[in-house]
Write a protein of this length. Structure first.
Length: 300
């Protein structure tokens, strides 16, 4: 993210928290928060915080939309993560993106699904695969994750002179994704799992030993970074979500065709999702990067 974009994020009014959330405007001590993604690594951080092994009393979950997130992630949040956090005195806050510029829609929630299906839109905010196989832009991460968390931290008093420490759930086996250069001036990014030398398998163990079920990988159900076997599982177990993913791909391509542009795809196979993931045929496991939202931001 560019410095100009980071400044633009700070110049906008803060994203509204979920109704009932406390309105905390200032802190004398620097904030310490985990960007919670709802997956394995960030849930392990929740357990570690509850055990006093890391010092993070605040967890922020940026919900990109109940029509966008995987339903299993949202069920885990409500049935396990929130009760566990409350039991151990940890504040787990669910945030959502709200509109700010147009008077008619100011303050209204805007989900990623709504953004992608907005009539007349010429941009695509998810990393669809282009005709050459390369992923497109990833504005979804900046707009629906990084920005929303940054606004909440600013609302709570974080400033460039008194930045918040933001913990990310990157484990040792994903160390290549770690980057301490935050795109937001009032945040300092740290990686508690790296500091403790923990891998994803360790996170599974930590969660189970705490008496919690291991959460599913978190992501939007239509994320182009799904592995082929993820798509196959979706087609087999949640055919309604698979159909919606296919319809989204068709909507995006109908819009691009009207603009005279090449088609884009939700897989790397350079063909429509319905053809790329055939029904009733088992696909061999691939070697795509496991790139969900478990870390809190889709990527850092």
């Amino acid at each position: 993210m560019t410095t100009a974009l980071a400044r633009a994020l700070l110049d906008q009014p803060p994203t509204a928290p979920v109704p009932g959330q406390l309105d905390i405007r200032s802190h004398t001590m620097p904030l310490r928060a985990i960007s919670y993604g709802g997956g394995v690594q960030s849930t392990a951080l929740l357990v570690l915080a509850a055990q006093g092994r890391i010092d993070f009393p605040l967890f922020l979950f940026s919900n990109v939309g109940h029509d966008s997130e995987l339903p299993a992630t949202l069920r885990y949040l409500e049935e396990h993560a929130k009760p566990y956090a409350a039991k151990h005195g940890i504040e787990l806050v669910e945030l959502r993106r709200t509109m700010k510029h147009r008077i008619a829609t100011r303050g209204q929630e805007r989900t990623l699904w709504q953004q992608l299906n907005q009539p007349g839109s010429k941009s695509i905010d998810i990393p669809v695969r282009m005709a050459n196989g390369a992923p497109g832009n990833r504005n979804c991460t900046a707009t629906f994750k990084i920005k929303v968390v940054a606004e909440e931290l600013a609302r709570r008093g974080a400033t460039p002179d008194n930045p918040a420490t933001v913990g990310m759930g990157i484990s040792l086996d994903e160390i290549g994704r770690a980057n301490n250069r935050s795109p937001v001036p009032h945040e300092q990014v740290v990686y508690p799992l790296l500091e403790l030398g923990l891998r994803r398998t360790d996170c599974h163990r930590i969660i189970r030993q705490a008496g919690l079920p291991v959460p599913p990988k978190s992501a939007c159900f239509f994320c182009p970074f799904h592995r082929p076997e993820d798509w196959q599982t979706q087609r087999r177990t949640t055919p309604d979500l698979f159909e919606k993913s296919c319809q989204l791909e068709e909507t995006l391509n109908a819009r691009r065709a009207a603009l005279g542009k090449d088609p884009v795809f939700l897989t790397r196979f350079n063909k429509p999702l319905r053809e790329a993931i055939p029904a009733g045929i088992d696909l061999l496991p691939g070697f795509d990067e496991d790139d969900g939202c478990d870390s809190g931001w889709c990527m850092t």
